[in-house]
Design a protein around this ligand. Structure first.
Ligand SMILES: Cc1ncc(COP(=O)(O)O)c(C=O)c1O
Length: 450
């Protein structure tokens, strides 16, 4: 079973995992209201709920933890972190936050007024919720191909540039305080955005005087796809590609729990000193002093190293290769997966795997529950439960934590999905019994539908 990538690391510390008996799994799922967010991790065998904050740190990062400077103000750890962010992004003004959504909250509360429109190739759920929390209007502008799970194109995460132009014409540039690009496009199946698309979006923004920001949670994986797939980038290093990417935008928000290879953390990086000053004031109110921003000094130290490690080619080759391998195995088994696989996750098309379950009975949630009862695998619904009526597809995301699982774990996931496929007619639809609002998926309760 050749996976086709050289492993970039070996294990030094291990964490035991356990597969509970089937009856136990069924009981735990009922107790959890058929919502896997409510399960305890001890009851999970392979946890693909998220790739966020679930990665394994390197020995260099663990070593750096011991040297964290926990000074309230002016800590060495902050300087190391800020210097790393500056050198990767070329942006001078850096504010740490405890995670990505805190960066979103701080940033949007300083730029949005009621009724403002925020275009994005596709908003992630917390980004959408943070725009809504400021009475803003999130507006998704994916290219039409993003909605086609079968067409094999290299950059299905791109923004629809004509759509952006039309939106600006329709609502007026004054109503759009910022445009966002999410790289990779998590909600559109983790698909990458091409450098050409970033350039085109940047040019429209510049023409209308609208700042362009990146949601940079997975920018490293995006840069790897540019390196692999976009003409003219095969001989560029990943840090050089990242530099070019950031040079096209005015700033970024980042959840460093992804391509920062940290278990916690995030940041805002900007070029504009005035925007920085506004964010800094808000940050002090909600996150903490600007040289720690809700993080411990040791976390900042770990991120200062993790951000660089996440741009190493052998690491990225293995990481993206692992995701691809899982996607290929599933496709070979006839499991309908969004194609091509993205950078951090494989997305199963639940409405095609379980065609007997209509949209209003949440096929994605049904599949998530079946994966847990069948094999102790935890995945997450990315469809009508997560996005309500705004959902464009009924997907289930199998997100791969960074540097954590090996091929045997992923083979188990393939086998589990095959067992669900073989008994798919017996998988029941779901009804929502508790939970509302744009973040309901985290806490909702469900029951099998009649
Ligand atoms: C694209 C994207 N943006 C923002 C966030 C929010 O980050 P955090 O979970 O660190 O708050 C996430 C989290 O998964 C994400 O995928």
């Amino acid at each position: 079973m050749g996976a086709g990538w050289p492993r970039a690391y070996k294990s030094k510390v291990v964490e035991p995992i356990r597969l509970p008996e089937r009856g136990e799994r069924e009981a735990r799922l009922v107790e959890a209201g058929h919502n896997v967010f409510r399960l305890e991790s001890n009851d999970i065998y392979v946890d693909l709920l998220t790739d966020s904050g679930t990665g394994a740190m390197s020995h260099a990062q663990w070593g750096a933890l011991m040297q964290g400077d926990e000074s309230y103000a002016g800590s060495r750890s902050f300087s190391a972190f800020r210097d790393t962010v500056r050198s990767i992004t070329g942006m001078d003004y850096v504010l740490p936050t405890h995670q990505g959504r805190a960066a979103e909250h701080v940033y949007f509360s300083t730029v949005l007024s009621r009724g403002d429109v925020v275009p994005n190739n596709t908003h992630f759920d917390t980004t959408r919720a943070n725009v809504l929390a400021q009475r803003g209007r999130p507006y998704d502008l994916p290219e039409a191909v993003a909605m086609d799970p079968d067409v094999d194109l290299p950059f299905k995460g791109n923004m629809d540039v004509d759509g952006l132009r039309s939106l600006i014409d329709e609502v007026g540039a004054r109503k759009i305080p910022v445009v966002f690009l999410t790289v990779t496009n998590n909600t559109a199946a983790g698909q990458p955005v091409s450098m050409a698309n970033v350039k085109a979006v940047a040019s429209v923004c510049r023409q209308h005087g609208i700042p362009l920001m990146l949601d940079a949670a997975r920018y490293g994986e995006n840069c790897f796809f540019v390196h692999q797939r976009e003409d003219g980038y095969a001989h560029h290093s990943i840090p050089d590609i990242a530099r070019e990417l950031f040079s096209l935008v005015d700033g970024c928000l980042m959840s460093a729990k992804k391509d920062g290879l940290g278990n916690i953390g995030g940041f805002i990086a900007l070029r504009d000193p005035e925007g920085f000053a506004r964010c800094r004031e808000k940050l002090i109110l909600t996150e903490g002093f600007p040289t720690y921003g809700g993080l411990a000094g040791r976390d900042l130290n770990a991120l200062a190293i993790g951000l660089r490690e996440a741009l190493e080619l052998p690491y990225l080759r293995e990481r993206v290769g692992q995701v691809r391998w899982l996607g290929e195995q599933l496709a070979e088994e006839g499991i309908p997966v969004y194609w091509p696989p993205g950078g951090h996750a494989v997305y199963v098309d639940a409405s095609r795997l379980l065609p007997h379950i209509p949209r209003e009975k949440y096929p994605g949630q049904s599949l998530v529950c079946a994966l847990y009862t069948e094999g102790g695998v935890r995945a997450v619904e990315v469809g009508s439960v997560m996005f309500g009526d705004a959902a464009r597809m009924e997907l289930v995301r199998l997100a791969i934590p960074r540097r954590v699982y090996c091929q045997e774990h992923l083979q188990w996931v393939v086998d589990t999905l095959c067992r669900v496929r073989d008994r798919k007619e017996t998988v029941p639809g779901m009804q929502l019994v508790e939970g509302q609002g744009p973040l309901r998926h985290f806490i909702a309760r469900f029951a099998p539908a009649d």
